[in-house]
Design a protein around this ligand. Sequence first.
Ligand code: MG
Length: 376
Amino acid sequence: MNKKRCISIIGSTGSIGTQALEVIEKLQDKFEIIALAGGNNVELLKSQAEKFKPKYIYASKPISVSGTKTLSSLDEIAANKENDIILVACSGKIGLKPTLKAIENGIDIALANKETLVMAGDIVMKKAKEHGVKIIPVDSEHCAIHQCIKDISQVDKLIITASGGPFLHKSVDEMKNATVAETLKHPRWNMGKKITVDSATLMNKGLEIIEAHHLFGFDYDDIEVVIHPQSIVHSAIEYKDGSVIAQLGLPSMHIPIQYAITYPDRFEGIKSRSFSFSEIARLDFEEPDFEKFPTVKLAYKAGKIGGTATACLNAANEEAVFAFLDGKIKLYQIYEITKKIFDEHEVIQNPTIDEIFEVDNTIREKTRAYIAQIIL
Ligand code: MG
């Protein structure tokens, strides 16, 4: 990076967005912030804008920051060719359209938003190829794989690690009656609420398999999941000749965020301390228990079916997770509800973006209606 990289962050007030700003603060001479876009936490967005002085902001409610122009849509950020790269750090489907818009404008993407690929991976990756746009994953597992791959044609399989979440070694009964607070207590990673619940049910891993399929173009049968409770090995690849390359590091999202926004360069940046194998002492691996965590198999199934199956899986699961966070349903019901809605979905193959959004809306309504009915 011999000149300042112009960056915008969609979702600057969330978990990834705030950590990205911590990275950028350490690398102030490397970046110029074009725009920051935040969700409901307008106060935080305002203080971020006052501190980092972006040219533009986008907020869900009207705010004013002197010296900064307020935009009226995320698309305006995505269409602004001043950007070299846009970090899509928001969660949910809101990330999809601006990502496509940015790709059409030839702007590289640092992608933290899983839904973009789970909902519309075929369309997004095709468009990125057409426009010569780089999509650099921020998700730690995919970022690890991105770092391991030298020649993708020589790679036989991807090995995605999973911490196993807070219920890894708890009984099925304990898991069934888990409270929201217990579920949100993730042993390794500090993340947003929705993804933390997904990590507890392992649906997060399911969504990551779909994400990996699109990012790296591997068949689902060549993407493996292994439980690794310490979250030090962030994922690995196996080459044809049996060589396995893994990426290791302390479990901090700062590292993959920094990698994605500075790629292909590397800087000391926010690194806090040096890695020590002897400090870590041991690394454990085990096969996932698909009976206890059936979400992973459901995600494989959805991925293999393709079309709108994965958008349906995503929408039903997210609505069920919200219902759990609202105290309306039990943890295990997230899977039961998701599976029921998924099984009833009539898949559209090769959908358009509009069809995907329509499926997303219909499935959410259906899921909410079904939840309302079962909690009566
Ligand atoms: Mg991940």
